[in-house]
Design a protein around this ligand. Structure first.
Ligand SMILES: [Zn+2]
Length: 583
């Protein structure tokens, strides 16, 4: 396994070999040339079905993507979630937004398409680029609007295979499904029906040559990182510099590591776990999570705004919640994946095929709520509502978030509050439309909703009063949901910390009591340097408050006043009647 990881990375680093082979590895370009009619076009499109997407980033790099997951109504079986895709710019809106800024970006994207076609020695690259662009604009017009894409009830559209020909004519769906390796799949959840029908109609109506140019461009673009430098550089100019403002491409070594992690995620994860996250780290984090769950159970039982029947459902959902910590119990077996030294392109292609068939194979198995959803080496966490599960990687369970050899008070104040924040979404206005098994269905009563909104109103006012610049204040409503989760996370983590002491008094470290270290760690978690432009952007668009104000969540917590002996005259003092407690 380590050999495969090493070989994959080393082949990516062999730039001379990649340069020498030029675009020869793109044998598929020849297959694109062989497309002559709608059936062969549909079959080719089937081969590009992209499984490397999930429901959280439903924008595939090829015409459609699939996310294999349980359905919205059945937690026992995996189903085929069918997602829109096909666009080279990040968002469908980028193609439609009439602002001068977006028209300029569209011109730059079209220039990028032309540059890639030119590198592939295709004549009339400018004309072809314009034609590809107009095709993508029409696909974008069929995409679901962002508001619909965020509304899960609009995504739950089960289609049988036969429905595609009726609801989305144009594509030869039989040829598409067969080539994609999914013939016989009994049902699909089509998240964005307008995109399925709009894209399919274009397969039927558009000139085949235009589609072939579109496919050539996307094929080269997709493999840019393992093609000659000129292609990779052009790819970076658009996706790195123009789109995200990064001036310099990452060193090849860093790109090689990122590519290896993408291709052999769990193989790298096993190596990472062996080195950095021993079983005692997992056990210690598990102990903290157990305390958090115990604290939640008590808090939910004591809520005054939630009705008794809703509390019962909340407690059942808490009991059913699966929390993955660090790394999976069973790992992906990569033994059938060939990694060939010196063949970066082939390795990437084989790894994609391997991961794709692994994903599609799940369709034949019962749904597994403990399926591992984030590679252990990634610094991150995944919360999904279908199924009812949250996963915290080994990568994020490290200092200063969580130190398995370190001080418990600091761990609970930092990582504990973070984990508890995520758990709170299981029960709040994000999670209240999913039941204990992750099936769709509102389980709060209208009275719960009304009382909840009354209880949170003061938190809106509290954050409205934070103004980092003379003309710029936090929008309390925009950040409300995350502030509620921060507050719940802090309070529950504090309860859990107290539980962890089992009645004993914590030691004093560097002159600080355990209580003080708990709140200090919470505040330190939000340390961040942010320029004015970034701060303005965050306040205008983000659903999270700037870090400074997230740390001020402590103002609502009685134990913080005690720990630091906060007095009436202190800057962060809040009158008891202005303090908020929701969970
Ligand atoms: Zn959150």
């Amino acid at each position: 396994m380590a050999q495969k990881v090493g070989d994959y990375c080393a082949s990516f680093m062999e730039e001379d070999g990649i340069e020498a082979r030029g675009l020869i590895p793109l044998a598929d370009v020849a297959r694109i040339s062989a497309i002559t009619n709608k059936a062969s076009l549909s079959a080719y499109l089937g081969t590009t079905l992209n499984t490397e997407v999930d429901g959280l980033t439903a924008n595939a790099d090829h015409v459609f993507g699939v996310w294999v997951n349980q359905s919205f109504t059945d937690s026992e079986h995996y189903v085929f979630h069918f997602l829109q895709g096909a666009l080279g710019m990040p968002d469908g809106d980028d193609y439609i937004d009439p602002s001068p800024k977006m028209s300029a970006l569209r011109a730059q994207y079209q220039g990028h398409i032309a540059a890639i076609l030119k590198l592939a020695d295709l004549a009339d690259s400018e004309t072809r680029a314009a034609r590809i662009m107009s095709l993508e604009i029409r696909i974008a017009q069929a995409h679901a609007p962002d508001a619909d894409a965020a509304d899960v009830f609009k995504q739950n559209n089960p289609w049988k295979p036969a429905d595609f020909g009726v609801k989305a004519p144009g594509m030869d769906w039989g040829a598409y499904f067969t080539a994609a390796g999914i013939a016989g799949q009994p049902e699909f959840i089509v998240w964005q029906p307008s995109a399925a029908s709009g894209t399919s109609a274009l397969v039927g109506s558009e000139d085949i040559d235009r589609w072939k140019d579109y496919l050539r461009f996307h094929l080269i673009e997709h493999y840019a990182s393992v093609l000659p430098k000129a292609v990779a550089a052009e790819d970076f100019t658009f996706y790195g510099t123009i789109l995200t403002g990064t001036r310099q491409a990452p060193e090849r070594g860093k790109a090689a590591i990122a590519a290896t992690k993408g291709a052999l995620g769990q193989a790298v994860g096993q190596l990472y776990r062996q080195r950095y996250f021993p079983p005692e780290a997992k056990a210690r984090a598990q102990g903290m999570v157990d305390d958090l769950i115990t604290a939640y159970r008590a808090r939910i039982s004591n809520l005054t705004w939630m009705s008794p029947q809703t509390k019962e459902k909340a407690l059942a959902k808490l009991a059913a919640l699966r929390i993955g910590i660090g790394y999976p119990d069973s790992w992906i077996d990569y033994s059938t994946l060939d990694v060939v030294p010196g063949d970066a392109f082939g390795n990437m292609r084989r790894a994609e095929a391997f991961n794709r068939s692994g994903n599609l194979a799940k369709l034949k198995r019962p749904a597994d709520a403990d399926e591992w959803r984030i590679d252990p080496q990634i610094v991150g966490a995944v919360i999904v509502f279908t199924p009812n599960t949250e996963t915290f990687s080994a990568g994020i369970l490290q200092s200063p978030y969580f130190d398995y050899q370190g001080d418990a008070a600091s761990n609970y104040g930092s990582g504990g509050a973070g984990v508890a924040h995520e758990i709170s979404h299981t029960f709040d206005e994000l999670g209240n439309i999913y039941d204990a098994q992750g099936r769709l269905g509102m389980w709060w009563t209208p009275a719960d909703v009304a009382k909840y909104h009354a209880a949170v109103a003061k938190l809106v006012a509290q954050f409205d009063s934070y103004c980092p610049l003379p003309d710029l204040c936090v929008h309390g409503t925009q950040v409300l949901r995350e502030n509620i989760a921060d507050l719940a996370g802090l309070q529950v983590a504090h309860d859990a910390y107290v539980l962890s002491l089992k009645g004993k008094t914590d030691v004093v470290i560097d002159g600080l009591s355990g209580e003080q270290r708990f709140f200090l760690a919470f505040a330190q978690r939000w340390r961040k340097i942010e320029g004015e432009a970034a701060l303005r952007r965050q306040i205008t668009t983000d659903t999270h408050s700037p870090g400074e104000y997230r740390s001020d969540t402590v103002r609502n917590v009685e134990a913080w006043y005690k720990a630091y002996e906060i007095a009436l005259t202190d800057k962060l003092y809040l009158k008891p009647e202005d303090r908020v407690g929701i969970w």
